[in-house]
Design a protein around this ligand. Structure first.
Ligand code: SF4
Length: 352
C-alpha cells in the first residue's frame, strides 16, 4: 500500500504521471492530505471518482492515534503521546513562547545513541519514523489546538536522533515546508543532533534548515563517558563538520549544553568551549539538568549556571539560559518517555 502522506509533492506528481494523470491532480491531493481535519480520500470531491477509487485501493492516508494529552500545571506546555500503527508510541511537546510556540517532534521510536543523561536513551532503539509519522505529529497537534496556539517553530529534539533517520527526516522537512501543505518556514525548522558528523554535512546539502548540536561537554574524555557517539565522532571531527555545514545567511548554529551539577561547568570548561566554537557563528543554550529518576546526575545550582553563563559572555558568546518547560509532565529536555511507553523492567544505564 502506498503511504501518501510519506510522499513529497514531487513524488506524488511522479505517481500521478505513472498513472497517466495530470500533475495538477497531485497538487490537489497534496493540499487535501495536509489540511487539518481531513478525513479520507472520499472527501476530495474535486478529484474524478475513478481516481479517488484507485487512490483508495492502492494506498492509505496514515494518521496518528492520540493516546494521551497531558498539560503542565506549571506553564502551558502540552505533551502528546501518539500510538503508531504497530503499537509503538512517540511523544511530541508543544512549548509556549513569548511570541510564538515551538513544537518539539520525534524522529524515531527510542534511540540507539545511549546518551547517559537521557531517558529516551535508556529505552534502546525500536525503529525509524516514516515521513508520514513525523509530519503526522505536527498535523495532529494543529488539529487539536486553537489556531492562536499553533506552533511557528519546529524542532527535531524529541525522541530519537534525527540524523540517524536522515532520509525520512529530509522528506518530512520537504513536506512540512511545502506552501501547498503545512507551509512552515525553513528558517523556523531546526534539526538537533548528538553529533553524527558525516550526516551533518549531508543534511546541509539536502535542505536549508537550522542546526543544533547537543554538545554538553568540552573534553573528549567526559563527552565519550556521557555520550557514546563521541567515541565514533570526537569533538574535533564534530566541530569540523559544523564549520563545513552550509549555514543559511545570518543563521547561527545552536549549541545545546546541559549543565550537569559538578561535571561540566568550570572556568576551564568555559575556556575550552570558547576554543571549540572559534570561527563558528554560534549561540549557546544552557539548560540546567533536570534529574531523571535512576540516572546518576545532579542538577546544578542556579549560581553555577549563572557563573558559567557569565564566563561565556565575557568571552563574547551569546549564552542564553533556557528554562525547562513542563517539568511536572516529564516533557523537559531528556525526559521524554512517558509511563505508558515503559514496558516491563526499566533498564537504566549509569556512567562507565
Ligand atoms: S539525547 Fe537525543 S540522541 Fe541522545 S539518547 Fe536522548 S534522544 Fe538519543
Amino acid at each position: 500500500m502506498i503511504d501518501y502522506r510519506s510522499k513529497t509533492l514531487a513524488e506524488l506528481e511522479g505517481l500521478m504521471e505513472s498513472w497517466g494523470e495530470a500533475a495538477f491532480r497531485a497538487r490537489q491531493l497534496f493540499k487535501w492530505l495536509w489540511r487539518p481535519g481531513f478525513s479520507g480520500i472520499t472527501e476530495i470531491t474535486e478529484l474524478p471518482k475513478a481516481l479517488r477509487a484507485r487512490l483508495a485501493l492502492e494506498g492509505l492516508v496514515y494518521g496518528l492515534k492520540t493516546e494521551r494529552v497531558t498539560a503542565s500545571r506549571l506553564d502551558e506546555t502540552v505533551k502528546w503521546a501518539f500510538r503508531l500503527s504497530d503499537g509503538a508510541v512517540v511523544e511530541t511537546v508543544l512549548i509556549p513562547g513569548t511570541n510564538h510556540n515551538t513544537l518539539c517532534i520525534s524522529s524515531q521510536v527510542g534511540c540507539a545513541m545511549g546518551c547517559r543523561f537521557c531517558r529516551t536513551g535508556t529505552m534502546g532503539f525500536q525503529r525509524n519514523l516514516l515521513p508520514s509519522e513525523i509530519c503526522g505529529q505536527v498535523l495532529a497537534v494543529l488539529e487539536q489546538t486553537e489556531p492562536d496556539r499553533w506552533p511557528r517553530n519546529i524542532v527535531f529534539m524529541g525522541m530519537g536522533e534525527p540524523l540517524a533517520n536522515l532520509q525520512n527526516v529530509v522528506t518530512a522537512i520537504r513536506i512540512l515546508t511545502n506552501e501547498l501543505g503545512l507551509n512552515f518556514s525553513k528558517r523556523r525548522i531546526t534539526v538537533s543532533t548528538c553529533g553524527l558528523a558525516p550526516q551533518i554535512i549531508r543534511l546541509g546539502r539536502e535542505v536549508e534548515v537550522g542546526l543544533a548540536i547537543s554538545l554538553h561537554a568540552t573534553t573528549d574524555e567526559l563527552r565519550s563517558r556521557i555520550m557514546p557517539v563521541n567515541r565514533r565522532y570526537p569533538l574535533k571531527e564534530l566541530m569540523d563538520a559544523c564549520r563545513r555545514f552550509p549555514l543559511p545567511k545570518r543563521r547561527r548554529i545552536t549549541f545545546e549544553y546541559i549543565v550537569l551539577g559538578g561535571l561540566n561547568h568550570s572556568r576551564q570548561d568555559a575556556k575550552r568551549l570558547a576554543r571549540l566554537l572559534q570561527g563558528i557563528p554560534s549561540k549557546i543554550n544552557l539548560i540546567a539538568y533536570n534529574p531523571v529518576h535512576g540516572l546518576p546526575f545532579k542538577a546544578p545550582s542556579s549560581e553555577d549556571v549563572l557563573r558559567f553563563q557569565k564566563c561565556l559572555m565575557d568571552k563574547g558568546f551569546t549564552a542564553i539560559i533556557r528554562k525547562s518547560r513542563g517539568r511536572d509532565i516529564e516533557a523537559a529536555c531528556g525526559q521524554l518517555w512517558s509511563k505508558i511507553l515503559k514496558k516491563g523492567s526499566e533498564r537504566v544505564t549509569g556512567l562507565d
